[in-house]
Design a protein around this ligand. Structure first.
Ligand SMILES: C[S@@+](CC[C@H](N)C(=O)[O-])C[C@H]1O[C@@H](n2cnc3c(N)ncnc32)[C@H](O)[C@@H]1O
Length: 290
């Protein structure tokens, strides 16, 4: 049966229009709905986020969290659980060279900017490998950068080569759609959870806990605590969050637990399957807590 994506079959206000040009041009739908839960306002789409965002509803999303490929998977080594392992995470993480990687960052950031509401904000996490390209692309596109959060991982793995300082941080850039946007920030709540003191831009949070990986793990999974803080600081209950590179849907889990709506997109069905399992489990946990 053909679905009409304009109808509010899921009350997530992020419609995919059947009659948009990219879809009609190649006569190929660039996505499938992998998982749909209208009751909890959750939708997972399988496909390339750039193609999907180009045909999604403009000005419809309150907040985007994006954890894009870091283009790290080029045959290097890293340390995992005390062992030397390959750094390769998948085809999606292979570098295409500095210029091509920057073009990619520009393209998905532009597609995200179009779907953000006028006062909406975007968070992008990354390491040295991409974060400067992301920041520059944001400036080129007219986003206004609000903060660079330094996420300090107190349990970071050691550096095996002993030729560098041990990497133990990631940067998360927070930006609003354009210079004149009036972004939302829950200053008081952030102060409250920081023992009554202004929250600074260095956040000390552990990497994902083992219970967050009980259904298998995504190679670059983010901790739920990081996403909870991001969501609490920059959205209100009922807002719509979008994660264009959702992986195991850490953003979706935090959104569900904090009563926000969520759309997640990923290329790989293996990760969407993991997302689905984690979301189902979080629904049970949420129900049990009520
Ligand atoms: C860094 S990981 C995100 C991990 C996620 N934050 C989590 O907590 O599990 C990036 C994800 O983007 C996906 N991806 C890469 N290119 C994509 C594209 N063009 N469109 C949609 N997803 C893409 C990969 O399959 C991968 O799961």
């Amino acid at each position: 049966m053909k679905k009409n994506y304009n109808l509010p079959i899921n009350n997530v206000e992020f419609s995919i229009f059947e009659k948009t040009e990219p879809y009609l041009n190649n006569n190929k739908k660039p996505f499938t709905i992998f998982y749909d839960d209208p009751e909890n306002f959750i939708r997972l789409l399988s496909g390339n986020c750039i193609e999907i965002l180009k045909i999604a509803k403009e000005n419809s999303v309150d907040m985007i969290f994006a954890d894009p490929p870091y283009f790290l998977s080029n045959g290097g080594i890293t340390c995992h659980a005390g062992k030397m392992v390959s750094v390769n995470k998948g085809k999606w993480d292979k570098s295409k060279g500095v210029e091509e990687n920057h073009r990619f960052n520009l393209e998905w950031l532009k597609a995200c900017q179009r779907v953000l509401k006028p006062d909406g904000t975007i968070w992008v996490s990354g390491t040295t490998h991409i974060i400067y390209s992301v920041g520059f692309a944001m400036q080129e596109l007219g986003y206004k950068i609000l903060n660079d959060i330094i996420w300090y991982k107190r349990n970071a793995p050691p550096n095996l080569s002993c030729r560098y300082f041990t990497h133990s941080t990631e940067i998360v850039l927070w930006a609003e759609k354009k210079e004149k946007s009036k972004h939302y920030f829950d200053y008081q709540l952030m102060k409250k959870i920081n023992q009554g003191k202004q929250m600074r831009n260095v956040w000390e949070l552990s990497a994902p806990l083992s219970e967050e990986k009980k259904f298998g793990k995504h190679p670059t999974q983010k901790p739920v605590e990081l996403l909870k803080r991001i969501i609490l600081s920059s959205t209100k209950e009922g807002d719509l969050t979008l994660d264009p590179f959702c992986g195991s849907s850490t953003t979706g889990i935090a959104s569900l637990l904090l009563n926000r709506k969520y759309v997640g997109i990923d290329l790989e069905e293996e990760y969407l399957e993991l997302s689905k399992k984690r979301i189902e489990q979080s629904k049970i946990e949420k129900k049990n807590e009520m």
